[in-house]
Design a protein around this ligand. Sequence first.
Ligand SMILES: Cc1cc2nc3c(=O)[nH]c(=O)nc-3n(C[C@H](O)[C@H](O)[C@H](O)COP(=O)(O)OP(=O)(O)OC[C@H]3O[C@@H](n4cnc5c(N)ncnc54)[C@H](O)[C@@H]3O)c2cc1C
Length: 451
Amino acid sequence: VTSATVIGGGLVGCVAAIHLKRRGVDVAIYERYGDPRQTERRTRPSVNITLCERGLRVLCRAGLLDDVLAISAPAYGRIVHAVGGATSFEAYGKPTEALYAVSRNHLNTVLLDSAAAEGISIHFDCPCLDVNPATGQVLLAGRGGQRWIEAGCIIAADGSFSTVRSKLQRRDRFNYSQHFYDQGYREIRIPAGPRQTPRLEPGALHFWPRGDFMAVAFPNTDSSFTLFIEMPFTGPVSFEALADQPAVRALFDKALPELVPFIPDGAPDFLAQRANSMVTIRCAPWSVDGRVLLIGDAAHAILPSYGQGANAGFEDCAVLDALVERHGFDWATVFDAFERQRKPDTDAIADMCYRHFDELRVNGLDRTLQRRRQVERRLRELFPDRFVSLYSMIAFSPIPYAEAWRRHLAQQAIVDELLSDDAFDFEPDRRHDGVLAARLARALDPRPALA
Ligand SMILES: Cc1cc2nc3c(=O)[nH]c(=O)nc-3n(C[C@H](O)[C@H](O)[C@H](O)COP(=O)(O)OP(=O)(O)OC[C@H]3O[C@@H](n4cnc5c(N)ncnc54)[C@H](O)[C@@H]3O)c2cc1C
């Protein structure tokens, strides 16, 4: 029996450990904080995240889908609340395609239960302090003090500010970059019940794109919502400028009047929080000598605009598992192949997430973008299997992220061409569909976009 030590009992650590255990690896998880299933003292803030097909596919294969869906609320599309109060619904995909919104901490407790049920030993309050890739040892703190343990192979799933990665950074030729986004976020809860007047429609994410900033409401299973507000840290419209209740109230009155009933007391919870930052982290190499592997956010933290961090981390677990199936416990080969396969994809989604935040904030406000979306919609209607939006490829297909981006660029070249051609009038006049179809049939990738 070979053994592995997983550092971090978060989302990715649990799912990676479950996969390894099922391959016959003797796995232990070491987690910095206490057991979130037994204590409310956990200092780590929860956020609402959405899972999409990419991540759910992995959970399904691991037999975890039902437990996860039981604590998640579906969102079949986004309802965009324009300035002035008009709303429009944009379906995420086909009528059966949905994102599933879930509290990260709640999801973590379900995954910890599943890991424990597999017979994986989970050690809480045991932060990893150091690793020695040469000997495969890990230094842990705990109630009994500090000790080095023989780790077998070390799977570092200790999140964006990974201790293990910080130790690897001291090594020669280890590349690392960290970039904080210039906007931050705060979350407040919109309770279910009488306060919700008018009610927010369930079954969707609600967006208030306001150019400088954006609010998004995520549904919860108890009909409450979690409101995520993203804006610059400093400047005229910023968290810094929202220093007191009158300032918060003035912003809501002016830009988000529909949400005023939900913050009747001037949002004390909103003011009590500090603005959280969002970071993109890239590094390489992800492994050392077949002894240590970085996985999940520890290897590639991304902005949450596409809701992909956990989904990508779960996909990491599936890729790792497939490589163990192919190469056995030849960890050096497995880890090298893992990085070769995954790094181009996680780099691609990191870039896409940057761009997408800007698009979300101006959704419905930017006329050029609106026109582009209109053309894309028409192309999707005409070629449902071949013209697939970048969003669908990311959220509702297993197409590798880098390949999704390549296909998107090819599609955008066609859209650019059509946008520059005044002869084409997409809506409501459909006279040109025949010509368009012939032209696009030549230009579009003949493979179905959704494998
Ligand atoms: C605002 C926001 C919104 C998001 N929305 C989405 C979304 O919609 N969809 C999506 O898929 N993703 C989303 N994400 C990203 C998602 O939360 C992360 O990608 C995901 O949690 C990564 O999982 P992980 O296990 O790699 O890291 P983490 O979840 O950070 O888990 C790391 C674990 O390691 C532990 N740990 C840390 N250091 C040590 C140490 N030294 N020793 C032992 N244990 C340690 C931590 O306590 C933690 O339990 C969002 C993130 C944010 C901030």
